[in-house]
Design a protein around this ligand. Structure first.
Ligand code: RB5
Length: 154
């Protein structure tokens, strides 16, 4: 995945995030984005790490970017940030979403369905997708995160 190509979007999350994730999937499809939803597809209670890991693996391999939704956005964020190659950002407003792209080159956006309503979540999503990585002085910082990943990969 190069910085200029339009990356595929991997979606994932638990039962608490299901409705919001479905709504965001529709927005992404409407935008013409290539989307793969890795579940959960059920309303029964499931464990958010399973879905954050599934998305994190694909993103960590450089196959695309990710959107994770759970109740608060916290659980999926914690898990995703343990996956090598993933820079996940939990955002509750568009400013942080823009900065997470511009300064941190975040490749996973985490949202909390019990925190953020659909209208705001859509704005956050659009801000996140529309903002490129600024590079410059931020590149050396992201390189340090990458170096940490390499160490953890062993
Ligand atoms: C599920 O009840 C809830 O704990 C989960 O969606 C998430 O908010 C965890 O961080």
């Amino acid at each position: 995945m190069t910085e200029k190509s339009v990356p595929k979007v991997f979606l994932g999350g638990d039962h608490a995030g299901l409705e919001l994730r479905k709504a965001l999937r529709e927005v992404l499809v409407w935008m013409g984005r290539e989307v793969e939803d890795l579940g959960t597809h059920e309303t029964r209670s499931v464990d958010y790490p399973d879905f954050a890991i599934a998305v994190g693996e694909r993103v960590g391999r450089g196959e695309g970017i990710g959107i994770l939704v759970c109740g608060t956005g916290i659980g999926v964020d914690i898990v995703a940030n343990k996956m090598p190659g993933v820079r996940a950002a939990r955002c509750t407003e568009p400013y942080s979403a823009r900065m997470s792209r511009a300064h941190n080159d975040a490749n996973v956006l985490c949202l909390g369905a019990r925190v953020t309503g659909i209208g705001l979540a859509e704005e956050i999503l659009k801000a996140w997708l529309d903002t490129p990585f600024e590079g410059g002085r931020h590149r050396q910082r992201v390189e340090k995160i990458r170096a940490l990943d390499e160490k953890r990969r062993g």
